[in-house]
Each structure stands twice: as C-alpha cells, then as structure tokens.
Ligand binder design. Structure first.
Ligand SMILES: [Fe+2]
Ligand SMILES: [Fe+2]
Length: 193
C-alpha cells in the first residue's frame, strides 16, 4: 500500500486507544506542520506557479484538518496541549545530504512530504479499521482519503521538477530507509511514533 515497505504493527492501535488525548494532540500538530510545509514551499519556490497554487489550497485544507482535530479535543473536554516533537520526521529528514542545487533541495522536500503523507495515510487507515471509538473510526476513514491524494500530488511534483529516473531512484531509497526507521516505531501513542 502506498509503496511503503513495512506496514505498521496493528498493536500500535492498542497503545493509541489507551491515550486518545495524546494521539489527538499529536495529530493536531501533524496537520499544523503539514500546513506549515505547504507555506514554506510557497516561500522557497515562488516562481513555480503550479506548486504555489496547489500549496495554497493544501495549506488551507491542512488547517481545516487541524480545526477538525481541535474540535474533537474541545468536544471531549480537553484543551490543546503544547506541540509534540515528531521524532519520526526528524529522523526521516536526515536521509538526503544537505546542500545541492535549489532544484535538488525542492525534490528532497517534496519526497519527504510525499512519504510523510503516505505513512500518515497508512496510520489513518489502521485507526479507521481497528479503533473501537466509532466517531474516531469514521473521522480517520475520511481523512485517509485526503492524505492519499496529498501523497500522489507531492510525488507528481517531485517528478515534474526533477529528472524522473533520478527522482524514482531517490524515492525507492527513501522508502527503504523509512522501513528501517519503522522497525523501531509503532510503540508510542503519537501519529508517527
Ligand atoms: Fe491533513
Ligand atoms: Fe496531508
């Protein structure tokens, strides 16, 4: 599914279910970071008009998701906590060497974004299928569809702005690296943990 090389251990859902407040808090910030990434792509590559248009729509959509998660937190009588660090994303972003041309930098940013969307989509699917909470199950089923579209959009842009064969090779290597990271994850009540 989604090209991912290693599926999440379904037992991760049992960990998540014990702490819904924590997963919703972490999830809210995943949406905020997705919006921030879209905005940073606009700032970094303003001459790519198609990208700017799509990132404008995406930033809005991701903040819409943030708002939906925030409502879930409020409706359950909680208050949004402080931002959680995303160790998965921090480790993932160590993969491509720093430096290189602007175009290379863009391709790397797009591939990271594609992968984060793909893994989020996989996690949402797992939650929608396994979580006992019916309201959240439906919520995650709907979100899963949006994230799958985001994954294909980022990959499409990476192939558009980079050399296709090179991009495909980098994508394969990144997927392998991510699968290695995943071996130690799936043990925490965070969206990518
Ligand atoms: Fe989202
Ligand atoms: Fe997304």
């Amino acid at each position: 599914m989604l090209g991912l090389k290693l599926p999440t251990d379904p037992r991760w859902v049992n960990i998540v279910e014990k702490n819904i407040e924590e997963i919703l808090t972490d999830h809210a910030y995943c949406e905020q970071k997705a919006a921030s990434t879209a905005i940073s792509l606009i700032i970094g590559f303003p001459e790519k008009s198609e990208l700017v248009k799509e990132m404008t729509a995406l930033a809005r959509e991701e903040m819409g998701h943030f708002n939906m998660v925030h409502d879930k937190i409020i409706n359950r009588g909680w208050v949004l906590g402080r931002e959680r660090k995303d160790e998965y994303v921090i480790e993932l972003m160590k993969f491509f060497p720093k430096g290189g041309s602007r175009e290379t930098h863009l391709v790397h940013k797009l591939l990271y974004a594609a992968l984060i969307e793909a893994r989020s989509c996989e996690r949402f699917r797992l939650l929608s299928e396994e979580i006992d909470d019916e309201e959240l199950s439906e919520f995650y089923r709907n979100l899963m569809v949006s994230e799958a579209n985001h994954y294909t959009m980022f990959l499409k842009f990476a192939r558009k702005y980079g050399k296709k064969e090179e991009v495909d090779k980098k994508w394969e290597e990144l997927l392998e690296y991510e699968a290695q990271l995943m071996k130690d994850l799936g043990k925490k009540e965070t969206m990518h943990g």
